[in-house]
Design a protein around this ligand. Structure first.
Ligand code: ADP
Length: 575
């Protein structure tokens, strides 16, 4: 029998997404939410207005048969924008589950995911209607599509599609139950009180992007979402406050835009949602115009922004901090933000299964200025609520000395313990660790460093080579825009690295002759040799126009390994 204990005498209230919404409505009603549409037009609303429209949306969904607390999956196929934000709040707050779909996935993957999740209604950006129409026929569970626009825009865009291609226009118009968003919510008052749901109830669903296998659904709870949003806003994480204007470049269709939409509601900061235009010029302009203080996203985005900032010779005028994560960010990319423009760069680690934020690089009171300037070369220390460990192949804990490397394990309040639809027996028992499939070391100050994904490490002569370390080293060469290292079979060593390089564009003719390539290759290898062991150096360097990326902007190494499967290393270049 459980021993009786002295109960605290505090009110009990479940942690719910609706609580964030109600708080933002009460305390930050006039704070702006700015969206840039596909057309480039900038639209302004506020937390107060957004909260009322979220309630209208919940009433509309109820009228459509989505009962309060039903747990039904309501999907979105959309870029970052205010209507998407209304879905972020309305769907969980009414006790349904928001399932964000990634429009950059292949059709077959999306069809698999939508069917697996049994989505009933999908909210779609109007410009993605042709994409939706190609999916619709294969989808049994979907009863209704709602286009995120008003009636005029929908009519206009359907007419535009018909002019381009009559069959396309017709198939878009024939999407099941197609209606525009504004007409969908207009009949409803927005007067409602949100239900008191159990905090363990599911509120969001996001599938891993399938970089390393079939997509798997991670089902977030209200409790995990609220705790993650609270912790992510802390000073040693995003340092988010009501004085900030945050621009999440990271898409709202991937892992809750790293929790920013919910953290922003908690602190009541201005939110700037960039829509589909995330090229360097568009981002610079929006960051500048709207006075963004913080922006977050994957490294590829910062590559584009850095080029634009260099062209302008300045940073967007209020920009103070950039959070980068989701994929390895080479120091050659992050250092210039700090050194040339005085912007703070925080490098974090996370995954879909960790909601996603697990760690972030921030100095401590005792960190010297010199050490602080390179802290972002590692991936930060765990935030409160997350624990991390590294283990060897036998599962034994390794020392936290910054040298020993092993598989990274995590546990915590917002770490998944099973996948949606998986057998209960597969659940991680309470207190046990989630195996990330990443290889890392942890230093004496608990900062982690991701060495590689287990599947991307290169095993040469029985020893491991980090593909990320090779890429970072190659990017130190000024002519290297991007680099990817992959392991390929080798008769003597088992595997050896091949390096694929995208040259930096400088305008004008590029000399791509064999001779010029040889000179550049030698230059790259010489720079790399300063940062990695000689036996790590790639056996061959190939120059390519671009590198394949996954739907979430990570290097797609499976495709690369496939593409270069038959490549034979030139024997004379063996180190
Ligand atoms: P998927 O696993 O489908 O690619 P995720 O977005 O969940 O989708 O990816 C999580 C993975 O991204 C991590 O396991 C890790 O390998 C990688 N990752 C995340 N952040 C970083 C980082 N800062 N540096 C290197 N790799 C990272």
């Amino acid at each position: 029998m459980q021993k009786a204990f002295l109960s605290g005498l505090m009110m009990e209230q479940p942690l719910l997404v609706s609580e964030i919404l109600s708080h933002a409505q009460r305390c930050h009603a006039s704070t702006e939410i700015v969206s840039r549409l596909w057309s480039g037009e900038i639209v302004r609303t506020s937390w107060g207005e957004m909260a009322k429209r979220s309630a209208q949306l919940a009433q509309a969904l109820q009228a459509e048969g989505v009962d309060i607390g039903s747990g039904k999956r309501i999907a979105t196929l959309a870029w970052n924008g205010a209507r998407h934000l209304e879905l972020y709040y309305a769907v969980p707050s009414m006790g349904a589950v928001l399932h964000t779909l990634n429009p950059r996935l292949f059709h077959a993957q999306l069809i698999y995911i939508i069917q697996h999740a049994e989505d009933e209604i999908i909210f779609v950006d109007p410009h993605l209607l042709p994409f939706a129409s190609a999916l619709d026929r294969a989808l049994g569970s979907v009863k209704k599509w709602v286009a995120l626009c008003d009636a005029n825009e929908l009519t206009g865009i359907l007419a535009q599609f018909s002019v381009q291609n009559n069959a396309l226009g017709l198939s878009c118009a024939a999407l099941k139950g197609l209606q525009d968003y504004e007409s969908f919510i207009a009949p409803f008052s927005g007067e409602m009180s949100w239900p008191e749901l159990p905090e363990q109830m599911a509120c969001g669903l996001c599938y891993t992007s399938g970089t390393t296998g079939d997509p798997k659904g991670v089902l977030y709870s209200h409790r995990s979402t609220v705790l993650h949003a609270l912790a992510s806003a802390l000073p040693d994480v995003k340092n988010l406050s009501a004085r900030d204007a945050a621009l999440p470049v990271v898409p709202m269709f991937h892992v809750n835009a790293w929790g920013i939409p919910y953290s922003a509601g908690i602190v009541g900061c201005k939110l700037i949602l960039p829509g589909p235009r995330v090229d360097g010029d568009s981002l610079f302009e929006l960051l500048d115009l709207e006075g963004a203080t913080l922006t977050v996203g994957v490294p590829t985005i910062w590559m584009l922004l850095l080029e634009t900032m260099r062209q302008h010779g300045r940073k967007p005028f209020k920009l103070e901090r950039i959070s980068v994560g989701g994929a390895a960010c080479p120091p050659a990319l992050s250092d210039p933000f700090i050194q040339e423009f005085g912007i703070e760069v925080n490098h974090g680690w996370g995954m879909t299964e960790t909601s996603p934020v697990g760690s972030l690089s921030k100095p401590r009171n005792t960190t010297s200025t010199v050490a602080a300037s390179t802290l972002h070369h590692r991936h930060g220390r765990p935030l409160f609520g997350v624990q991390m460990e590294i283990v060897d192949e036998q599962g034994r804990a390794l020392p936290h000395d910054g040298k020993a490397t092993g598989e990274l394990l995590v546990k915590g309040h917002w770490v998944a313990n099973n996948y949606f639809g998986a057998h209960k027996e597969n659940a991680i028992p309470p207190g046990e660790w989630f195996h990330t499939g990443d290889v890392a070391n942890i230093d004496t100050e608990e900062n982690i460093q991701i060495i590689d994904r287990t599947k991307d490490m290169i095993k040469s002569g029985g020893e491991w080579i980090s593909s990320i370390a090779l890429e970072n080293a190659a990017m130190e060469h000024p002519e290297v825009q991007e680099a990817a290292a992959i392991g390929l079979p080798h008769p003597k060593w088992g595997e050896r690295p091949l390096l694929l390089v995208v040259r930096r564009e400088r305008g004008g003719e590029v000399d791509e002759s064999d001779q010029a390539n040889d000179v550049l290759t030698q230059g790259i290898l010489a720079i790399m040799a300063k940062n990695v062991a000689r036996w790590w150096l790639p056996n061959a360097v190939i120059f390519v126009q671009s590198l394949p990326r996954t739907a979430t902007g990570k290097l797609y190494k499976i495709t690369l390994r496939d593409q270069y499967r038959d490549f034979i290393f030139p024997p004379e270049q063996l180190p």
